[in-house]
Design a protein around this ligand. Sequence first.
Ligand SMILES: Cc1cc2nc3c(=O)[nH]c(=O)nc-3n(C[C@H](O)[C@H](O)[C@H](O)COP(=O)(O)O)c2cc1C
Length: 422
Amino acid sequence: MKRVLLIIGGGIAAYKCLDLIRRLGERGIAVRCVMTQAAQAFITPLAVGAISNEPVATDLFDLDAEREIGHIRMAREADLVVVAPATADLLARMAQGHANDLATAVLLATRAPVLAAPAMNPAMWSHPATQRNVRQLKTDGVSFIGPNAGEMAEKGEAGVGRMAEVAELVARIESLLDGAGRGDGGFGFLNVAAVRSARASLAGRHVLVTSGPTHEPIDPVRYIANRSSGKQGHAIAAAARRLGARVTLVSGPVQLPDPEGVEVRHVQTAREMLEAAEAALPADLAVFAAAVADWRVAAPGGGKIKKAAGAPPPSLELVENPDILRTIAKRGPRRPALVIGFAAETQNVVEYAKAKRKAKGVDWMVANDVSEKSGVFGAERTRVHLITAEGVEDWPDMGKAEVADALLRRAAAYLAERRESV
Ligand SMILES: Cc1cc2nc3c(=O)[nH]c(=O)nc-3n(C[C@H](O)[C@H](O)[C@H](O)COP(=O)(O)O)c2cc1C
């Protein structure tokens, strides 16, 4: 039986939790509740206990309750922690890592995924302080549902701040608990147990990611580039961060914001990318998702190359760029424990990627078809093949963020296994 720990905050929407507990119970999900002191001003522990059929915890320093179950055990036993309503104050305490009441102590002690359902007055929600706390919590890996737009409990007030409806909450909680039916192609990256073990494996590890194209100058105003958008690499960096890793992202020129909580090194050329990647070592995991130019102009012009009437167009001599993947994947004390490369091909995608995996000495290769008909460059979705020493897996069509989550989960499991076998 799946276990949800529901932390009820002190907002008007607390009454909706009674219905939420009942709906989850109907679906065979056990709900244990923690109520903040403020929550008890809105609904009683008696009502919550009667509906959940479980004792309700309210006090960090309750001797009997601590003896019976204890806040650490409560945090550990949950498959998912849901904070509803997540008040402005509770979000602030969570963002700061407070542990001075039972709700925050449990939130700090849990390794389970956390889902927050904020509910508050629209002015409180849009306040820069609340938005700052939400950004921080998202960086820390907390998922959010709502708030929705609509009428507030206060007469005449409307805007964004209503807690998500119970049906929405139930649907999100169910999908987080079993990873099914929410378009994850059966990959289960929404699966709570899998997320929890990935987080345990990656927490505190260093992950190096490269992303985007490189620009190789022809002269000070022109360059050779490619169509990589950086979406996949940036999604991988963000996913690794969400799983608790320390992440260094070496990014070529892209039109994307830096992922939050990630250390980003901005570079232009392949040679700069190699230098930044080497400087970031050692790393436990390295994912090379950047589309690095194979060649650069041998002697870029110091000034803009001028077009002269009647003169033939200049010819560009190209020289090979350093091979970042091969360089970092070389055996040696600084080689990351797991090196993953990306192969973008327009034909014979899997065959080329298999050959590239062997030639470059990388552990895994993610191959995708970037032919014009595939529309992968710059798109939100992609279809990839994962090539390992064991064989080829054809992954279904997925969003790039979903590919990032699934890949990181696999990498986390691989690293955990290696750690155990050391
Ligand atoms: C009538 C009333 C309604 C309130 N509703 C909300 C609310 O919907 N959202 C919110 O963030 N705070 C609300 N508050 C303020 C919180 O109760 C207050 O910040 C409290 O300290 C939150 O404690 P907790 O986060 O530990 O539950 C309300 C206060 C009162 C008196």
